[in-house]
Design a protein around this ligand. Sequence first.
Ligand code: 6GU
Length: 222
Amino acid sequence: MKIDVVTIFPEYLAPLQLSLLGKAQDQGILDINVHDLRSKAIDNHHAVDDTPYGGGAGMVMLPEIWGQALDPLMNQDSDLIILTPAGKRFDQSMAAKFSQVSHLVFACGRYEGIDDRVRMHYEENNYRVHEVSIGDYVLGGGEVAALVMIEAITRLIPGVLGNPQSLEQESHNDEGYLEYPNFTKPAQWRDLQVPEVLLSGNHKEIEKWRAEQAAERAKKNR
Ligand code: 6GU
């Protein structure tokens, strides 16, 4: 999968080089490139934003600069993700869908967002455009949201995770499912004993206990 991220803070995306994502890039499974939006700025002050038509607080990012940044990246294989708290809420099923595509372009908005004609322009030209939010709270910009989405999406791509069996039964795989609690050595830690059933070797009983615990967790936490 090819991933492009456009931002005025390229340094914010440095963690993409670490850990599993860094390894997947070395192996050629992922090709991630971060682009500095400000390099497309036109005026002497390298402005990327201006005041909103109609008035109001905050600044809006300029459409021409976004067009200059996105045009060379977009093609028929591309899905453009515009990050905004007003977008559709990201979840595991959206991550699974995006993990199947060949090219993702992330547009990280700052300030009050990007001039809406950027979305309109790429939609009108028959590109696949998605406005996405990672949850119901407001961040300073889309950079952290891009990191969250890229991590959730790419770990579903074959070869990115060390152990693909980790994907088989995890939280959110099925709507509303939360994973059962896990334990490791030692069997007793401080005054706490690992549940007896997990030491029993009885796989049927273990499966039943884990299903009960998962249901209980979902009830308590959601
Ligand atoms: Cl994608 N952007 C911003 N600025 N805030 C957010 C968000 C995105 N998702 C949740 N909050």
